[in-house]
Ligand binder design. Structure first.
Ligand code: FE
Length: 136
């Protein structure tokens, strides 16, 4: 168990902004085209806004037109977990941070080839760090 695994909900409320808490802990969704990263084209890494785990690399980001940052794959499969979500009369696959259990978004099977997956992720669940241009 890590420190983040044992954070109680009250601690999450203190650590996160109200909107981050609503999405990450209460499985909310930000409105499309309002988040800070759906149109971000910089190179870099997207970390979990809850616990700082690296989740997605900009190299897997693509323009889906849906209004949320969309990725064809996570940095590593082991960094995320997926669960069936049957809320709102839909059968969807929820994507969560493996480490802190934070809600990230959903994965759909209409992504680009070859994987054919679209990880549709709330901007507010992510913290982006641009790659240092001097690094290779
Ligand atoms: Fe996390």
């Amino acid at each position: 168990m890590t420190e983040n695994d044992t954070l109680q909900e009250e601690e999450w409320k203190e650590k996160l902004t109200e909107e981050q808490y609503r999405v990450l802990r209460l499985k909310g969704t930000e409105r499309p085209f309002t988040g800070k990263y759906w149109n971000n084209k910089q190179k870099g890494i997207y970390y979990c806004a809850g616990c700082g785990t690296p989740l997605f690399d900009s190299s897997s980001k693509f323009e889906s037109g849906c209004g949320w940052p969309s990725f064809s794959n996570p940095i590593k499969d082991s960094k995320i977990k997926e669960e069936t979500d049957i809320n709102f009369n839909m059968r969807r696959t929820e994507v969560l941070c493996e480490k802190c259990g934070g809600h990230l978004g959903h994965v759909f099977k209409d992504g680009p080839k070859p994987m054919g997956l679209r990880y549709c992720i709330n901007s507010i669940s992510l913290d982006f760090t641009p790659k240092n241009k001097d690094e290779k």
